[in-house]
Write a protein that binds this ligand. Structure first.
Ligand code: MG
Length: 164
């Protein structure tokens, strides 16, 4: 039996604007602004999606879910994640763990971290202790620090076990 590990990295950023819901990791978070984009613009789920696709050398989220495709307009980003999980599991991989960081000045995300982990774990079909979500401010610097945008970073490790 040989086991190979694959690592993937994901990054995403969206503008914060009035009149949109704020959804992170599939959890709706009460805030006066939301993220601008074609789908629900769940920046955390998008970064995780790219980490998974990256680990399996399957390109990126833009290739699988083009933002000019009306099929995905207003889509839940959890649907993207579920599809990415299908793609990687079809190729024999299972997710070892995910670690992610959301960069935002406001709101404080600590009260929602556990709900995000549970929501993500359920879509990723892994245990909650295989998903970590962290939140950081940008110390008031640049677009994130000015509250104009929110970004997320993620890494994923996939494992593939093959009989020799
Ligand atoms: Mg995005």
């Amino acid at each position: 039996m040989s086991v190979s590990n694959r690592i993937g990295i994901g990054y995403d950023i969206h503008r914060l604007v009035d009149g949109r819901k704020l959804v992170l990791g599939g959890v709706e978070i009460p805030f006066e602004k939301g993220l601008l984009g074609h789908s629900d613009s769940d920046v955390l789920s998008h970064a995780i999606c790219d980490a998974l696709l990256g680990a399996a050398a399957l390109g990126d989220i833009g290739a699988h879910f083009p933002d000019n495709d009306p099929r995905w307009a207003g889509a839940s980003s959890l649907d993207f994640l579920a599809h990415a999980v299908e793609l990687v599991t079809d190729r024999g991989y299972r997710i070892a763990n995910i670690d992610a960081t959301v960069l935002t000045e406001r709101p404080k995300l600590r009260p929602y971290i556990q709900a995000m982990r549970e929501s993500l774990a359920s879509v990723l079909r892994i245990d909650v202790d295989q998903v970590n979500v962290k939140a950081k401010t940008n110390e008031g610097l640049e677009s994130i620090g000015r509250g104009e945008a929110m970004a997320a970073q993620a890494v994923a490790i996939l494992k593939c076990e093959r009989a020799d």
